[in-house]
Ligand binder design. Structure first.
Ligand SMILES: Cc1ncc(C[n+]2csc(CCOP(=O)(O)OP(=O)(O)O)c2C)c(N)n1
Ligand code: SF4
Ligand SMILES: [Mg+2]
Length: 307
């Protein structure tokens, strides 16, 4: 698929309440272009509840259920069961939650739904902090990042949520970023046709929390991928596969230095050279892991065992 072939329909309507340059709102627009309007969205407390607007107004032209912060996957499970009971086929149920609502408070409901193989797509849009409540740190905030609760920079590393979901042996796990729109759209369309729990984790730059100019959202997403900090991959039926352009970055020389990404963002202002060196080392270690997983993918072994 090319950009020109994307649907012209817009189900994220004009006049929504996202900040200028909001990465998650670009991803939402693409989500609807990929899946159309035969979807039911489940959204917990997060920036998206602001983007959608307050009743009786809404910027979403699809059915949507707002639910408690911890309950996205539980509520989506209920909707999937209700649709099945009423024999209503063809509607895609999508859980759409922030990083806090996924890797922290929502993880038990999501883990339960994945273990039950609930037939829905769960998307974590990751702006690496609790945006809606003023930018507190989450389990997905990266090492060194300023948030209101880590004023001198977070000292812990980001949770590897896609691999946590892969450990549930679900049939489809993928990472994406709206700066690579066709990759994201293709992953959504593929996920739609797989039965069971599908998990897509998207890195969505947030100018308000990451402290950069609102015009740089797409550029930052690209840099996250080009430096290798955010790898685009799929784990399909347990097989790990890097997607373009990440598939070319196994060669270290092709990765841009991580510094190019970090220095564009005010939230990393307090990083020392030593911190930057440490982050670069971790990124390089991740790639050694991706290299091993990629070379395994030519054999019959999968993350879940033999095919
Ligand atoms: C049980 C509970 N605790 C805290 C809150 C307050 N709260 C609402 S949204 C939010 C942060 C959401 O962060 P995230 O999931 O990362 O989404 P974002 O706002 O960044 O889009 C918090 C802490 C709540 N609604 N319910
Ligand atoms: S705080 Fe960030 S994620 Fe939330 S609406 Fe603003 S730009 Fe988007
Ligand atoms: Mg968040």
């Amino acid at each position: 698929m090319t950009i020109k072939e994307l649907s012209k329909e817009e189900y994220l309507l004009k006049g929504h309440a996202a900040c200028a340059g909001c990465g998650p709102s670009i991803a939402l627009r693409l989500l609807f272009k990929a899946l159309g309007n035969n979807v039911i969205l489940v959204v917990p407390a997060c920036c998206t509840t602001v983007i959608q607007g307050t009743y009786p107004y809404t910027s979403f032209a699809v059915p949507l259920q707002n639910i408690l912060f911890e309950s996205t996957a539980a509520a989506a499970s209920g909707i999937v069961a209700a649709l099945r009971q009423r024999k209503l086929e063809g509607t895609t149920v999508v859980g759409w939650a922030g990083d806090g609502g996924t890797v922290d408070i929502g993880i038990q409901a999501l883990s339960g739904a994945a273990e039950r193989k609930t037939d829905f797509i769960y998307i974590c849009y990751d702006n690496e902090a609790y945006g809606n409540t003023g930018m507190q740190r989450s389990g997905a905030t990266p090492y060194g990042a300023w948030t209101t609760t880590t004023p001198s920079g977070k000292r812990e590393r980001k949770k590897d949520m896609p691999l946590i979901m892969a450990a549930h042996r679900i049939l489809y796990v993928a990472t994406a970023c709206p700066s690579f729109p066709i990759d994201f759209v293709n992953k959504l369309r593929k996920a739609k046709d797989i039965e069971g729990t599908k998990y897509i984790h998207i890195l969505t730059p947030c100018p308000t929390g990451w402290r950069y100019d609102t015009s740089k959202t797409v550029e930052l997403g690209r840099l996250a991928v080009q430096t290798g900090l955010w790898a685009l991959y799929e784990i399909e039926y347990g097989k790990f596969k890097l997607n373009p352009p990440s598939d070319r970055l196994v060669d270290e020389a092709k990765r841009k230095p991580i510094k190019e990404y970090l220095t564009l963002q005010g939230r990393f202002r307090n990083l020392t050279e030593e911190d930057i060196g440490q982050i670069q080392k971790w990124v390089d270690e991740d790639w050694e892991r991706y290299r091993k997983l990629t070379s395994n993918s030519t054999s019959d072994s999968t993350l879940y065992g033999k095919t």
